[in-house]
Design a protein around this ligand. Structure first.
Ligand code: C5P
Length: 293
């Protein structure tokens, strides 16, 4: 069984307060983009075996695919094993949710492969325990997220922009970025990104002023070259440019195909460039061949 796990960007991200459980309440809009890992799952007699094309991924219980598989086995008591192969394309520590997308894809694929009688609600509970944005990737698309990021309201958001994501060769730790924010338990105000996007989708100047990411001051302070990347995007014609997640990637939005091409050309020296066409939706992509099943 083969699946593609698509990454995301955050169309705005506010960190509202620190919670008693150590996490933070946030407000964001997750939006899937055309950057994907490819996962292959095969039945194995007893064991769960993981292999990957990426040299930096630990092959132990910190690995989100392995953790997802073992959570399913612990919950159901199933003895079947699986072989999981991950062709990694989404960069790590880049704010694109690659690890979370892989985890969600593993939960869904193994539920099917092992024929498990587990409800969507149970799968969601397992997803939250793997990471705050894993539940989003169970359904993907676009969603307005609050609480830790696991409280989701699906959005029908045909985004009429080219999205140019640039990932500089910098790895940002999400936990460190949150710690450096120094939020207290006092609540910061919501922007209401959902209304901003739904009411002003075709007004890029409004999006540019209202879609903020609270991690920018912290991450730009730690890595000035990420601020330079955002400024380069705006100089080369991006209508909107914003950090995604806690970085290190920055994305640009533009309605113009010519500007999209100029951005791709000019930003190439600054990092890996990924392009998503207007109105992209992962659910409308061709499924990869199932010859491996
Ligand atoms: O949930 P996840 O494992 O992806 O989070 C990684 C780290 O980011 C957490 O350990 C926590 O320090 C921080 N975090 C947070 N509030 C959130 C999400 C993540 O403080 N809503």
């Amino acid at each position: 069984m083969k699946t593609r796990a698509y990454g995301k960007i955050n169309l705005g991200l506010r960190v509202l307060r620190k919670r008693p459980d150590g996490y933070h309440d946030i407000e964001t809009v997750f939006h899937q983009v055309d950057i994907a890992d490819e996962l292959t799952f095969r039945l194995h007699e007893r064991d769960v075996i993981f292999s990957t094309t990426h040299p930096d991924l630990a092959n132990d219980r910190t690995n989100l695919c392995l953790r997802a598989a073992h959570l399913l086995r612990d919950l159901t008591g199933i003895q079947d094993g699986a072989e999981i192969m991950l062709a990694k394309n989404i960069p790590l520590g880049a704010g694109l949710g690659g690890g979370s997308a892989d985890a969600a894809s593993t939960l869904k694929s193994l539920r099917a492969l092992w024929n498990l009688d587990i409800s969507d609600d149970e799968l969601r509970t397992l997803a939250v325990s793997l990471g705050s944005d894993v539940p989003f990737f169970l359904n993907g698309g676009s969603a307005y997220a609050t609480s830790r990021g696991e409280h989701l309201e699906p959005l029908r958001l045909g985004l009429p922009y080219w999205i140019i994501v640039v990932t500089p060769p910098i790895h940002v730790s999400t936990a460190t970025a949150y710690n450096n924010l120094r939020r207290t338990s006092e609540h910061m105000s919501l922007v209401d990104f959902k209304s901003v996007l739904l009411n002003h989708l075709h007004e890029p100047e409004v999006l540019a002023s209202k879609l903020v990411n609270d991690f920018e001051p912290v991450v730009f302070g730690l890595h000035p070259e990420i601020r330079d990347l955002k400024q380069a995007m705006l100089r080369h014609g991006a209508e909107v440019a914003l950090l995604t997640g806690s970085g290190s990637s920055v994305f640009a939005l533009t309605k113009s195909e010519a500007t999209a091409h100029a951005l791709m050309r000019n930003l190439e020296p600054l990092g890996r460039v990924f392009v998503t066409k207007p109105f992209f939706s992962p659910t409308h992509q061709p499924t990869p061949p199932f010859s491996e099943a």
